[in-house]
Design a protein around this ligand. Structure first.
Ligand code: NAD
Length: 379
């Protein structure tokens, strides 16, 4: 079994799909691991370390993928990049299929068995394979670090001989994986933290981290969670009531971190231009939903906007800003999944296509799309 790992091609993508520690595990399963030269550079992982762990270093992507049974990636590769891999090779990564049906279709047509890690079910057995959580957790941390850097005051209260510095007031919108880590990080830095979410279960989680929960808790709110634990899109009436409560709160904040997402929908717009203008100059907003349309009216993807003295940070790919940690966890997520697809005695791939995790993540195989979300779309 030959596993290939390529240098990521996407701009500003500094993560890599394996670490030397994980290479050693694959070698232990009887696999050979071929890594394109410099693939780990963005995460400070050196070719020498991969070699010491048992990998071979290939001078080009084409040499690395030649005869590969499995190609591990962070982002979706192009069919050209995979040329030379075995006909039914598994290609695993965060393939971001929604909105990229054409690109996915081309990969499917080339015959690869495509697995997209973002579709991993959020069940106990698959927690160790949950790339959304591993990366969102780091992103939530990084969002607060970026905010603290852009903020021209201290986060903690400081009582000094020369006077008292008041703590930064931080408000986190959306208390999922990223939001909860943002709350915890802001707390550790000494901020006074509050948070909101439309899922009632979030209230207890926010409070357990020492945050104050801010939300309109009416009957609609009490029902506002899908069976899968995700947010529902709220009614216009609820959104109006919530916006009123939130806008009064935002005017008093120094830092706002927005993380609100609804699966399969554009990110809800939670902060209007007027709300931004209600904040004191020097305040900072981090729009973590910027890649899905943004929670803030004035945020711009990939940019830091200065709107009347308020900075709105719209960095893309926050996990790549702490690539060493992000790669470490991502590589482990992939390892945990691939391990379930290997017969360790025979040292070969043995895939049960009926398995819940396989069925949920497998987009295409044998030259055709197989995932219900995409097969149905075509009809
Ligand atoms: P997400 O990234 O899809 O969304 C972030 C948060 O935004 C969510 O908490 C959502 O409720 C919130 N949100 C949406 N619209 C909002 C609005 N208008 N105002 C305020 N907040 C809004 O969420 P996520 O981090 O992927 O987590 C989603 C769910 O999955 C949670 O219930 C989480 O506990 C659960 N989860 C389970 C597991 C597991 O393994 N069992 C792992 C991770 C997450």
């Amino acid at each position: 079994m030959r596993i290939a790992v390529l240098r990521e091609q996407t701009a500003n993508e500094t993560r890599v799909a394996v670490t030397p520690e994980v290479v050693a595990k694959y070698v232990g399963f009887g696999a050979t691991v071929a890594i394109e030269k410099g693939a780990g550079e963005g995460s400070r992982l050196l070719d020498k370390d991969y070699k010491d762990a048992g990998a071979s270093i290939s001078t080009s992507a084409a040499t690395a993928v030649k005869g590969a049974d499995v190609v591990l990636t962070v982002r979706r590769p192009t069919p050209e990049l995979l040329k030379g891999a075995k006909k039914n090779a598994l290609v695993m990564g965060m393939l971001d299929p929604f909105g990229h049906e054409k690109e996915i279709g081309a990969l499917a047509k080339a015959g690869y068995a495509l697995f997209t890690m973002e579709f991993m079910p959020r069940i106990t057995r698959a927690q160790v394979m949950d790339v959304l959580s591993s990366q969102a957790n780091l992103a939530g941390y990084q969002a607060v670090i970026e905010a603290s850097y852009a903020f021209d005051r201290a986060f903690p209260m400081m009582m000094t001989a020369a006077g008292t510095v008041r703590p930064a007031k931080t408000f986190v919108m959306g208390a999922g994986v990223a939001g909860l880590q943002a709350i915890a990080t802001a707390k550790r830095l000494g901020a006074v933290v509050s948070a909101t979410d439309v899922r009632p279960a979030a209230k207890e989680q926010v409070e357990s981290l020492g945050g104050k929960f801010v939300a309109v808790e009416d009957d609609e709110f009490k029902e506002a969670e899908t069976a899968g634990g995700y947010a529902k899109e709220m009614s216009k009436e609820y959104q109006a009531k919530q916006a009123e409560l939130v806008s009064a709160h935002i005017a008093k904040q120094d830092i706002v971190i927005t993380t609100a997402l609804i699966p399969g929908r554009p990110a809800p717009k939670l902060i209007t231009k007027k709300m931004v203008e209600s904040m004191a100059p020097g305040s900072v907003i981090v729009d973590m939903a910027v890649e899905r349309g943004g929670n803030v009216e004035v945020s711009k993807r990939g940019e830091v906007v200065d709107h009347k003295g308020v900075k709105i940070i719209g960095y893309e790919n926050l996990p790549s800003r702490l690539a060493a940690s992000a790669s470490q966890l991502y590589a482990k997520n992939l390892l945990a999944f691939l391990e379930t697809l290997i017969d360790k005695e025979k040292q070969e791939l043995a895939i049960n296509w009926e398995d819940e995790l396989v069925a949920a993540t497998n987009l295409a195989r044998d030259g055709a799309m197989v995932h219900p979300a995409f097969v149905e779309k075509k009809e």
